[in-house]
Design a protein around this ligand. Structure first.
Ligand SMILES: [Zn+2]
Ligand SMILES: [Zn+2]
Length: 339
């Protein structure tokens, strides 16, 4: 099969022929149709993810068609349209037994610690698959496991957003655009921020009630004027400054959900934490059940994954360059046409 291979860090990715094994027991071979472009892929190519080994096929946001099934696979057959969870969890550690599969002691991730979806085919456990409705394109579906499901977890389970909550989504991009839609679905009043007008406009078109261009206007003042304070803030920026601003804009007892890991050490004012009972919570990836729920909501037409460019895999190096330089407003994806 053809695949995009990272042979050396900080060198262009190479398209070449690679052998693929037959699917093992309880495994399926997926013919990859589309694969999401994530900043993690750029970090992998730059050698910033220490668990990756070379040569490596990146790509962890995969949608496609079942091509072959290994022995013991009963729920899927060749031709099924699917999207897949990227976590290879063990199913037997303390965390897995609690259903907290994203915290698995023995976690490996497709496209990180194993070869991923920048390829014609990939082998994965059948238990990682969810059926994809005919109505949803592969290009939209491939971003469900990461961009959609991560935001879903942060909003529904970590932030526990409910009807009427005033929710801030700081920094709308690949994840934040999905977060705007999901928070609206939960019945929230949503305020989104960006330093770019185009991103503010896009967030508005996805349902944000209010958008603030923080390059032009004072964030805290605008929040005060519009909703007063936030009940929940989803922080996709993840810097010391963004967390402090999010806390300052939150009500007593409010929650700040931090989704981006940028500043190694964050500062939380003790007064806000103890006296004002404000909560700062981290949210990482999604567990198997949260992915399943996100798939259902997309299949039912309740979430419409927001994607921008669909780029042929042959232009993968340019796509990585554009991703690194912040050229995309939201998630963009590779289509697996190697010809
Ligand atoms: Zn990712
Ligand atoms: Zn486990």
């Amino acid at each position: 099969m053809k695949a995009v291979v990272l042979e050396e860090y900080n060198k262009p990715l190479v398209i070449r022929d690679v052998d693929i094994a037959d699917p093992g027991v309880h495994e399926v071979t997926i013919e990859v149709k589309a694969c999401g472009l994530c900043l993690s892929d750029v970090h992998i190519a730059e050698g910033k993810v220490p668990t990756v080994t070379l040569p490596h096929i990146p790509g962890h946001e995969i949608a496609g068609v079942v091509a072959k099934t290994g022995s013991g696979v009963k729920d899927f057959q060749a031709g099924d349209r699917v999207a897949m969870s990227l976590d290879l969890y063990c199913g037997r550690c303390d965390y897995c037994l609690r259903g907290e599969t994203n915290r698995c002691d023995n976690l490996a991730r497709i496209g990180f610690e194993t070869d991923g979806g920048y390829a014609q085919f990939v082998n994965i456990p059948a238990s990682n698959l969810e059926v994809l409705s005919e109505k949803i394109s592969f290009e939209k579906a491939c971003i469900i496991p990461d961009a959609v499901a991560c935001s879903y977890r942060a909003i529904k389970y970590v932030g526990q957003v409910g009807v009427g909550d005033r929710v801030g989504v700081l920094g709308v991009g690949g994840l934040g655009m999905q977060a705007v839609q999901i928070a609206k679905l939960m019945g929230a009043h949503v305020i989104a921020t960006s330093r770019k007008d185009e991103k503010c406009d896009r967030a508005k078109s996805l349902g944000a009630d209010i958008v603030i261009n923080t390059g032009k206007k004072d964030f805290l003042e605008e929040v005060k004027k519009s909703v007063g304070q936030f009940d929940v803030v989803i922080d996709n920026i993840g810097t010391r400054e963004s967390v402090l601003e999010a806390l300052a804009a939150s009500r007593r007892g409010g929650k700040v959900v931090v989704m981006a890991f940028v500043t190694p050490e964050l500062t939380v004012p003790g007064y806000d934490l103890v006296i004002n009972e404000k909560q700062v919570l981290g949210s990482r990836a999604s567990n198997r059940n949260e992915f399943r729920e996100a798939m259902r909501l997309v299949n039912a037409g309740l979430i419409d994954p927001d994607i921008e460019a669909v780029i042929p895999v042959t232009q993968v190096n340019q796509a990585h360059e554009d991703l690194k330089n912040g050229k995309f407003q939201t998630r963009s994806v590779l289509s697996m046409d190697f010809e």
